[in-house]
Design a protein around this ligand. Structure first.
Ligand SMILES: [Zn+2]
Ligand SMILES: [Zn+2]
Length: 196
């Protein structure tokens, strides 16, 4: 029964076992793809995973900048573990969109991820996705907001997406001591444009 599996998945979620919950939701959706509850839970849990993985990708990139001591406004290739983190976030979104191709939150997230990953290559494809979301639902404020953020290159950080104060490191060296950057709350991102 789809019902039993979705109930068990929700119970696992309440117990703080997201992996277990996702595995149960996967089974529910695989066995009952036409059950609306099973599909809704499946997409919600994979979207949550995508959000978590996307945050992890960003954090991996920040740690990589610190480790490699990459100067500000320098073109650089992401390290393999950063690429992998972005790919995993992408794969989670693929799962949501395979089940529900018009899932507005997943589409908006896909646009943000494309942009976050590579602004030069990702800006146009991201805007294309968001324009389609807004065309289908003009009341989607989240997509409109993302569109506004992505449309214009950010002046504050020279459109690098990184915190100009700590140069993406999340921390600053003051009097020989490394301390958390207050401007970006240690995240290393530009808070004007990097919130996506
Ligand atoms: Zn910025
Ligand atoms: Zn900072």
């Amino acid at each position: 029964m789809a019902n039993e599996l979705t109930t068990a998945a929700k119970a696992a979620l309440e117990k703080g076992q997201p992996d277990e919950a996702r595995a149960l939701a996967d089974r529910a959706y695989r066995d009952h793809p036409d059950d609306p509850d099973a599909r809704e839970l499946y997409t919600a849990l994979h979207l949550a995973a995508a959000i978590r993985l996307s945050a992890r990708a960003r954090e991996a990139r920040r740690a990589d900048i610190v480790r490699r001591n990459i100067p500000y406004e320098t073109e650089f290739e992401d390290a393999p573990e950063v690429v992998k983190a972005f790919d995993e976030a992408d794969a989670a979104l693929d799962q949501v969109l395979a089940a529900d191709p018009r899932h507005e939150k997943a589409l908006t997230m896909r646009a943000s991820l494309l942009f976050r990953r590579d602004r030069t290559k990702g800006r146009e494809p991201a805007l294309e996705i968001l324009r389609a979301v807004v065309a289908a639902n003009p009341a989607n404020r989240q997509a409109l907001y993302a569109m506004k953020k992505i449309e214009n290159p950010c002046k504050r950080c020279s459109d690098s997406g990184f915190c100009p104060r700590c140069r993406g490191r999340g921390s600053r060296r003051i009097l020989g001591m490394e301390s958390k950057c207050e401007t970006c709350h240690g995240q290393g991102i530009c808070l004007v444009c990097g919130v996506l």
